[in-house]
Design a binder for this molecule. Structure first.
Ligand code: CMC
Length: 432
């Protein structure tokens, strides 16, 4: 017999609501029939207590600092896997065999070029355009070239659309950078692996030979793995919401990119660097900025700190923090911001305000320092997050379409505006 919860509403008979248990023991009250049975809805701004779906992609326990993709701990994937393998795992639910991985890599190479006409689009953006808006627009415009991707059809064509998206997003990201610095576009090269191909498009120039540094490729691979999925976060939920209207996968992902751009979500990685630079330029006065972050009258927050779900530590931040030391050492980079970030973490973590609120460094706190060390410019940090998150978005989109319980996302509201009133002719109105 399945569990139920009993809800007693004023003036009504008690209502039994099913209790759902996840494979890791998490519990939910299924309120899908609540309004039909009682006339009531639930109200939960920011969806703090609301599950929007059941999912088998990623498991996260914020109290224990656990993150697993398809059951595999993030620490093991970070240690042993590659980004392309992790993308396959997220998309297909199982680690690939050698043959499957080779086929997937071939597929990605085959689709890495963008239509030549799309190159003209880059010309239309102002030189100050943020790369995230270029990325989103270009991904959205892919729907114009692959019409078989439209609506429901994009579910049947998902294999090819996934390969196109994963392959082309790299090319688009690198081209948008090249455009911003006035250098010629460097085309993708099939012989290079996923991350090396991206780095070559970013940093090679036609005038001289360029060798991709394997240590930099490894560091990028790690960062992309750590960003690859994070269950029902703001951008993944956006992708699901947009996709639930049967919008195609390119349009859905383009919307996810824009959601990610916000400074409270993926845009935080760029803001962290700006914040560290500001503190450094201000004489490394950490106490001043910690004070400011605690001040309810200031809108300053410690960027890269806090998380809706992690209330102990963010396992991704732990991995990135130790990778920071390793990568900067290997590359011989001495960045004063790394030392500053470490000290800021220490000061904040011994402050009652942060301890009480369970605010810890999140994935964005140290990632910018590695991006900077490997030559990625600050305004491309969130683009890197998007490259990493793409397989997660597609896996979530695919799962949503395969779930027979999926309905168009359409929340309700409690209306608290004016009640009915009569129209007033303009000559009788008084300014309010
Ligand atoms: N600095 C100072 N105070 C903070 C911070 C912070 N970074 N984060 C939360 N607080 C305070 C907040 O003011 C509130 O205090 P009070 O209870 O006195 O009103 C309390 O902590 C709870 O915060 P909240 O805003 O209700 O928490 P939330 O779950 O709605 O927000 C968050 C989570 C990540 C948006 C927030 O912690 C934040 O703004 N952090 C900085 C931005 C950031 O690093 N974002 C990246 C998130 S991880 C990667 C990703 O999702 O892309």
């Amino acid at each position: 017999m399945s569990d139920t919860a009993t809800l007693q509403l004023p003036g009504q008979e008690p209502v039994e609501l099913p209790v759902i248990t996840g494979s890791e023991g998490e519990k939910a009250i299924d309120v899908s029939k609540l309004r039909a049975k009682t006339g009531y809805i639930t109200l939960d701004p920011g969806y703090v207590n609301t599950g929007s779906c059941s999912s088998s992609v990623t498991f996260l326990d914020g109290e224990k600092g656990i993150l697993r993709y398809r059951g595999y701990p993030i620490e093991q994937l970070a240690e042993n896997s590659s980004f392309v393998e992790v993308a396959y795992l997220l998309l297909h639910g199982a680690l690939p065999t050698t043959q499957q991985l080779d086929d997937f890599n071939d597929h990605l190479s085959k689709h890495s070029l963008i239509h030549e006409d799309m190159k003209h689009f880059f010309e239309g953006f102002s030189t100050t355009a943020h790369p995230m808006v270029i990325l989103s627009s270009m991904v959205s415009s892919l729907s114009a070239y692959y019409s078989e991707a439209s609506g429901a059809a994009s579910v049947d064509q998902l294999e090819v659309n996934t390969a196109r998206l994963m392959a082309k997003i790299r090319t688009i990201a690198a081209f948008s950078y090249k455009k911003s610095i006035g250098q010629p576009f460097i085309y993708p090269q099939d012989k290079l692996a996923y991350c090396a191909n991206f780095l070559n498009m970013m940093f090679a120039v036609p005038a001289e030979p360029y060798e991709v540094d394997p240590e930099i490729t490894k560091a990028l691979d790690l960062l992309l793995i750590l960003h690859a999925d994070h269950e029902q976060n703001c951008s993944a939920s956006t992708v699901r919401v947009v996709g639930s209207s049967m919008a195609n996968v390119y349009a859905s992902v383009a919307s996810g990119i824009l959601a990610l751009w916000g400074p409270l979500h993926g845009g935080a990685n760029q803001q962290v660097l700006r914040m560290l630079e500001r503190i450094h330029a201000d004489g490394d006065d950490l106490d001043k900025y910690v004070r400011l972050a605690k001040d309810p009258d200031s809108d300053f927050r410690l960027m890269g700190f806090g998380h809706r779900v992690y209330k102990n530590f963010d396992p991704r931040a732990t991995i990135i923090k130790s990778a920071c030391d390793r990568v900067l050492n290997l590359l011989g980079v001495d960045d004063p911001l790394l030392d500053l970030a470490r000290r800021l973490e220490e000061v904040a973590l011994s402050d009652e305000y942060f301890v009480e609120r369970k605010l810890y460094p999140n994935v964005d706190f140290y990632s910018g320092i590695i991006y900077r060390a490997i030559g990625i410019p600050e305004n491309m940090f969130t683009v890197m997050f998007a490259l990493g998150r793409l397989p997660g978005w597609i896996a979530q989109w695919k799962e949503m379409h395969q779930d027979p319980k999926t309905k168009i996302a359409r929340p309700r509201q409690i209306y608290n505006g004016e009640t009915a009133r009569d129209y007033v002719p303009i000559e009788k109105r008084v300014a309010g």
